[in-house]
Design a protein around this ligand. Structure first.
Ligand SMILES: [Zn+2]
Length: 455
């Protein structure tokens, strides 16, 4: 895009611009979402549309545009099509001429049930905004609406986005980031409401298994309370847990006021498996602070078109992993012995990974895009996960701070200062700033520690 066009389009920006996505799924068994994007109040002769190549929280270029088909554009009347062409793998350009109302239609194949992709079949629809919606460059800060048309009246729509009053199944996102950060579940899933610290929470469960919603809600409530106490309150108005039960799935994706979880459908009765599930809950919930609001500078503003490199995922993911072990113990879900057993397993896993002697921790974070998410036969030999080693470094820092201050300070203080200084205002932190916070809490020069463990 040329500078001249940018200037022209900025001046064309109008407060009357309306962006509205419609998502239909008339034949869910075909795995095809039918998306219609309506842009009204457009005042430029060209309209750029771009699809993200990745989604925050999952550091891999996934090329979501590869699932797009049947693209067309018109002026609202399907018989009056507008010319368009592709400029890049994820970039479409529509020649809008003097049309101010533009309708773009396309279909997205959705047959991958993970927390960071889309899935549509006869039982439900699940999607992530990054994998379904175009953004209009220059208008990412513009609010938009989403209307869902389920294939039958029994299907309900669950999303953290607020509903637009008076408009059926219509929701509003204040900007494109919020749209991307708000997954949708559409179907006859079970939906449970509960309140914690005066705030409404929901648990949606898709799939069958031996999950006991009452018990999950009780234990999740304990986790929420412990984490709220650590950070000094809950920074959202409401929160949604989306839980997907599959044969052997495992995974989570964090959002600011929701998370998506995939877990083994029969993993809720055996104690160790259930504890693992609650660690997953504690982990994704912890992220609503650490990484969703306390963000490395490289993730302060997302670039949806390419890799966003940061060396700080050891803190965003590793420290979160350390806390997902601690939180259930603090919540009384398991005892100190179980915590130590879990920690010992992690230490063993770390010590038996030869790649820990090859790849520095900050490089593991930086190269997440090409290594951690793209494991191969040599990965154990030349890589160390920033989750695992970040967890080990967090353990060492916690012990070091506690030892130095007679157990009166801990890594909790680091977390709280990071929240106060960076998270609350969503100001990106640099590796140096993170180190300064840690050193200020420890009251130690940690040059040697950092060069030995991280760099
Ligand atoms: Zn995580």
């Amino acid at each position: 895009m040329t500078e001249a066009r940018t200037i022209f389009r900025s001046s064309a920006a109008t407060s009357t611009l309306a962006i509205h996505y419609h998502v239909a799924m008339p034949q869910p068994q075909s795995h095809l979402f039918e998306v219609t994007l309506q842009v009204e109040g457009w005042e430029a002769p060209l309209l750029d549309l771009k699809m993200p190549v990745w989604t925050p929280g999952s550091y891999l270029v996934r090329e979501y545009a590869r699932h797009l088909q049947d693209f067309s554009a018109d002026n609202g009347n399907p018989t009056q099509s507008l010319p368009w062409r592709k400029l890049a793998k994820n970039h479409w350009l529509v020649e809008t001429g003097d049309a101010s109302a533009i309708t773009v239609r396309y279909r997205i194949f959705a047959n991958e049930l993970t927390v960071r992709t889309n899935h549509l079949d006869a039982s439900h629809g699940y999607f992530n905004g990054a994998a379904l919606f175009f953004f209009i460059p220059g208008f990412e800060q513009h609010p938009c609406q989403v209307t869902i048309a389920p294939p039958n009246p029994d299907w309900r729509v669950t999303t953290p986005l607020p509903a637009v009053s008076g408009k059926f199944n219509t929701f509003e996102a204040r900007d494109f980031d919020t749209l991307v950060d708000s997954p949708f579940e559409i179907g006859d899933h079970k939906l449970y409401e509960f309140e914690v610290l005066g705030k409404p929470h929901q648990l949606a469960i898709w799939g069958e298994g031996n999950a006991d919603p009452k018990r999950i809600i009780e234990d999740t409530t304990k986790i929420i309370k412990v984490e709220a106490e650590l950070f000094g309150g809950l920074p959202y108005d409401h929160y949604l847990f989306l839980l997907y039960l599959t044969a052997s799935g495992f995974g989570g994706l964090e959002h600011k006021d929701s998370c998506s979880l995939i877990y083994s459908r029969f993993g809720f009765r055996a104690k160790d498996k259930y504890n693992r599930f609650l660690q997953l809950v504690a982990h994704e919930f912890f992220h609503l602070w650490n990484v969703k609001r306390i963000r490395p500078l490289a993730l302060e503003t997302f670039d949806y078109e390419k890799e966003n490199y940061t060396t700080s995922l050891w803190f965003s993911e590793g420290t979160t992993s350390y806390y997902d072990l601690l939180i259930p113990q603090r919540a009384g879900i398991y005892d100190a012995k179980t915590l130590l057993e879990n920690l010992s397993k992690e230490i063993t896993r770390f010590l038996t990974t030869p790649g820990r002697k090859v790849q520095p921790l900050d490089e593991s974070s930086f190269d997440a895009w090409i290594k951690l998410y793209r494991r191969d036969a040599n990965s154990d030999n030349n890589q160390i996960s920033y989750y695992l080693k970040g967890e080990m470094v967090s353990l060492l820092l916690d012990l070091l701070i506690r030892e130095r201050h007679g157990n009166k300070r801990s890594l909790d203080d680091v977390i709280r200062i990071m929240w106060e200084q960076f998270g609350k205002g969503e100001i990106g932190f640099t590796p140096q700033q993170l180190r300064e916070v840690i050193e200020s809490v420890a009251e130690l020069d940690l040059s040697n520690f950092f060069s030995k463990t991280i760099e």
